[in-house]
Write a protein that binds this ligand. Structure first.
Ligand code: FES
Length: 112
């Protein structure tokens, strides 16, 4: 199992951000995107994450902070020796909810 900690927040509700922890079978977690889809589909449908995405490095809608670094979820492979991850929304665009940000403002969808 891989332990996944996700920084969640819902500014519309005025609730303070919190960290939610999930356990994902390693067999379901080749990439960070796989983790997020597994969590949303199997463990917690309330997790805010984009679902209408290309899943293959074309749309640039899957930027997320992975252990403090800005990464594309669909292009970030989980190493065999990696047992835990911290996922947070990118901090350079306004937060909408959980891992979903407004890419039309801030740094946007560019990786640099
Ligand atoms: S899902 Fe489209 S670029 Fe990652």
């Amino acid at each position: 199992m891989i332990s996944v900690s996700i920084r969640r927040a819902d500014p519309a509700c005025g609730k303070e951000p919190w960290i939610e922890e999930y356990k994902v079978p390693r067999s379901r977690a080749r990439r960070v995107l796989d983790l997020l889809e597994y969590i949303q589909e199997e463990l917690d449908p309330s997790l805010g994450w984009r679902t209408h995405i290309c899943r293959d490095t074309c749309c640039s809608a899957c930027w997320v902070m992975v252990n403090g670094k800005r990464k594309m979820a669909c292009a970030t492979v989980i190493r065999d020796d990696q047992d835990s991850l911290l996922l947070e929304p990118v901090s350079d665009s306004p937060l909408i909810r959980d891992l979903v940000v407004d890419f039309s403002k801030g740094k946007g969808r560019s990786g640099s």
